[in-house]
Design a protein around this ligand. Structure first.
Ligand SMILES: Nc1ncnc2c1ncn2[C@@H]1O[C@H](COP(=O)(O)OP(=O)(O)OP(=O)(O)O)[C@@H](O)[C@H]1O
Ligand SMILES: [Mg+2]
Length: 309
């Protein structure tokens, strides 16, 4: 059998990369090396269990994941499948029970709280599903906080600019209790952006936003990725947003699998393949409306997302 190899120098050449993986699977005779790829995140055999009285709950099981710097990755999966639990560990907010997590060569699993907090301040942005704003601080002060912790000079001006970008320029002095859920979420987004993190974890970043604001926020996230090479790891139930990412993975009862968006629509993770978004979205558009109507999760129905990315 003839083995063909290709060295891809541009780590952003994702569509080519995905196609080649497809050929690889079909022929089992193709290898790809990516010369420039740098893993910003590496996860090995990660598990998370919690003890509840006499029972042990296994929340995450044997998670393995590599994320290249500058990539965009969507984690999708049903409610309670472990997405937030995983994101918290990847961001160094929580520790795994067993296994290894490397973030920019830092062994997060071996770090104490103080070390993890320093790594987070220097490299990580996090948009929380529950916002987690400081109630005693105004919107402006909430956004400034990480910049002040990282000793940035122009924290106030940066925070004002970011709040203006998320359409909250006239809400700077409002406290979280004076803001709607969607407004609080946008403060959380501005806060996550301020230190221009190397990697941004976003847990349902558009979950509380109307579709127009959600699109705007998603555009901001992907702009950040393009402008600064910020790696994005998004948890979302919005398959249109997931499809805008270069890669999708599926959480299912604490296990992670590479997936195509169509697998999610069909509610199956049997086919474990790397996502090829263009093809996936095209397939969805060509799927008859009745078929999609049978899939309540089929939010890609009639999508125009193919041209949005
Ligand atoms: N500290 C804890 N103690 C016990 N169970 C927990 C704990 N934290 C999470 N769980 C459970 O772990 C499971 C995964 O929770 P997680 O918040 O990660 O789910 P999720 O995929 O983010 O769900 P959603 O889409 O609803 O946000 C859930 O069943 C949850 O009840
Ligand atoms: Mg969650």
């Amino acid at each position: 059998m003839l083995t063909v190899g290709l060295i891809v120098e541009d780590p952003k050449a994702k569509s080519i990369h995905s196609k080649l993986l497809e050929i690889n699977r079909a022929n089992k005779a193709f290898f790809i090396m990516n010369l420039n790829s740098e893993n910003i995140l590496k996860v090995r055999a990660l598990t998370k269990s919690v003890k509840l009285e006499e029972k042990t709950l296994d929340l995450l099981q044997d998670i393995n994941l590599d994320v290249n710097a500058g990539d965009t990755l969507a984690i999708v999966g049903s409610s309670g499948s472990g997405k937030t639990t995983l994101l918290s560990i990847l961001a160094g907010l929580d520790l795994p029970t067993t296994g290894e997590v490397y973030l920019k060569k830092h062994s997060l699993h071996q770090c104490n709280e103080e070390q993890r907090s320093e790594i987070r301040a220097n490299h990580v942005g996090f948009i929380f599903q529950q916002f987690l704003l400081v109630n005693s601080l105004t919107a402006l002060e909430n956004v400034m906080l990480p910049a002040e912790l990282a000793n940035m000079d122009n924290a106030e001006q940066l925070a004002k600019d970011l709040l203006t970008q998320v359409d909250l320029g006239d809400r700077l002095d409002h406290y979280p209790s004076q803001l709607s859920g969607g407004e609080q979420q946008r403060v959380g987004i501005a806060r996550a952006f301020i230190s221009k993190p190397d990697i941004l974890f976003a847990d349902e970043p558009t979950g509380n936003l109307d579709s127009k604001t959600g699109r705007h926020v998603a555009d901001l996230l992907f702009d950040l990725n393009k402008q600064f090479g910020t790696t994005l790891v998004l948890v979302t139930h919005d398959l249109k947003l997931a499809a805008r990412c270069q890669r999708q993975v599926i959480m299912d009862s604490g296990c992670l699998a590479e997936g195509k968006v169509e697998d999610i629509v069909e509610g199956t993770v049997d086919v474990i393949v790397e996502g090829i978004v263009e093809d996936t979205v095209k397939d969805q558009v060509e799927t008859p409306a009745e078929t999609l109507a049978e899939n309540p999760a089929g939010t890609l129905a009639g999508t125009k997302v193919a041209s949005e990315g």
